[in-house]
Write a protein that binds this ligand. Structure first.
Ligand SMILES: Cc1cc2nc3c(=O)[nH]c(=O)nc-3n(C[C@H](O)[C@H](O)[C@H](O)COP(=O)(O)OP(=O)(O)OC[C@H]3O[C@@H](n4cnc5c(N)ncnc54)[C@H](O)[C@@H]3O)c2cc1C
Length: 376
């Protein structure tokens, strides 16, 4: 190992006021807010990949406000208050993203979102209407819109969907290019004076009364006054005991489909299936609920059973009778737990974490970053 020069030890590897681990949306928004709050303090972000290599650049690119059945299920699981808190965070987060970057640079399109309701899900359409009204009443205070969710069955045929009894439109959902957003965010924090080191994997953290020492693949022990862990599902490697486990999400992308009718973001089955158009291609992901145990994995590959299930859904529901090929398949790792709420936690005076954004991190991360930066 080469000994460090004085120049190296007094710049890149010098003591930092704040070090953030993980260059996904949570780490980058946290670094953004730390620098905004403390322009004269040093902030560094460390990332183990050559580029940000977590869920943030491997997801489906939904500017995800939330689907009707998912929000109803969340209410049952965690109660109305927590469901609405998470919804408000997403609503504000999406606004923040649009305000900071505009739409064009990050491919943000306010396409609206749609949820497919199968014939067996809500056999009584009047009950469905009542539930939609109830949810609209609950979310009105947040969105300022009378009818955030509306039944739009007349659009089913226009989109060419099959096996769908009802379609619920949500005007606040949109889609974006998450690769471009991540790149833009990285450039933004660097322009604010944040140092970013990639290809740097942290193996161990040691807190003392003065700060935190970070052991990594670098030829030096890094030191910081305060450290924030934003390594998503991998955070237990550095902070054991968090209620956090991996959940692999798998995606496929079709070839261009001639005369493709679907436009926008689509959800099905409490958000466990999701698809959108990407130009004239269809990006489809999910089916994890059918293989929950198998998909509780850090493996970065795709698996045949999930991909076959996705292909079946594509053929039967999304693109019946159309011709296409599958051009790309990939997976990413979400951090999930018993609770749906993200973990924003002070471990000790010098160590903090912001993790477990499950499948909603694009919209949640700005608010999580703001909260944890304030806490630090
Ligand atoms: C298939 C899939 C589809 C999804 N679709 C959507 C969607 O459409 N809309 C939406 O809002 N959300 C979606 N999500 C969820 C969303 O992507 C995540 O909630 C969000 O990206 C989490 O961001 P993060 O910064 O917390 O984590 P990550 O983006 O995972 O970032 C963590 C970073 O930490 C790095 N790291 C890990 N360990 C170490 C270490 N020891 N040292 C240094 N660096 C380390 C990783 O390389 C990674 O870059 C999806 C997720 C998946 C997997």
């Amino acid at each position: 190992m080469l000994p460090l020069s004085v120049w190296e030890s007094e710049s890149f590897f010098s003591h930092k006021d704040y070090i953030v681990l993980g260059c996904g949306f949570t780490g980058l928004w946290s670094a953004y807010y730390l620098k905004k709050l403390h322009p004269h303090r040093s902030v560094m972000v460390l990332e183990r990949g050559f580029i940000p290599s977590g869920a943030s650049t491997r997801n489906a690119g939904f500017a995800c406000f939330g689907s009707f059945t998912e929000l109803v299920a969340d209410s049952k699981l965690v109660g109305d208050k927590e469901m609405l808190e998470l919804l408000e965070m997403r609503f504000r987060g999406l606004k923040k993203i649009r305000n900071v970057f505009g739409k064009q640079r990050i491919g943000y399109e306010e396409t609206g979102g749609y949820e497919l309701i199968s014939p067996t899900q809500y056999p009584d359409v009047n009950l469905l209407r009542t539930r939609i009204d109830q949810l609209n009443q609950q979310v009105r205070k947040i969105t300022g819109i009378q009818k955030t969710f509306q039944l739009h069955d007349s659009k089913i045929k226009g989109f060419g969907l099959s096996g769908t009894a009802h379609l619920i439109e949500n005007s606040l959902e949109g889609q974006l290019h998450v690769g471009k957003l991540c790149e833009a965010l990285l450039q933004l924090v660097q322009s604010l004076g944040v140092t970013v080191l990639t290809n740097t994997e942290i193996h161990k953290l040691e807190s003392s009364g003065k700060g935190v020492e970070l052991f990594s693949n670098l030829p030096v022990i890094l030191k910081a006054g305060k450290v924030l862990v934003c390594t998503n599902a991998f955070a237990n490697d550095l902070i054991p005991g968090l209620d956090l486990k991996p959940a692999r999400g798998q995606i496929l992308l079709t070839s261009p489909v001639e005369g493709l009718k679907i436009r926008g973001c689509f959800h099905y089955d409490e958000g466990f299936y999701y698809f959108r158009n990407l130009g004239n291609r269809v990006l489809l992901g999910g089916a994890r609920n059918k293989f929950l145990k198998e998909e509780e994995t850090f493996a970065a590959s795709t698996s045949a059973p999930v991909q076959e299930e996705l292909e079946k859904f594509l053929k039967e529901i999304v693109l019946p009778g159309r011709s296409y090929t599958i051009d790309q398949r990939w997976s990413g790792t979400m951090g999930v737990g018993k609770e749906k709420k993200p973990i924003i936690k002070k471990i000790n005076d010098h160590l903090f974490c912001a993790v477990r954004l499950s499948g909603m991190g694009v919209a949640l991360a700005p608010q999580i970053g703001k909260t944890v930066a304030g806490m630090m």
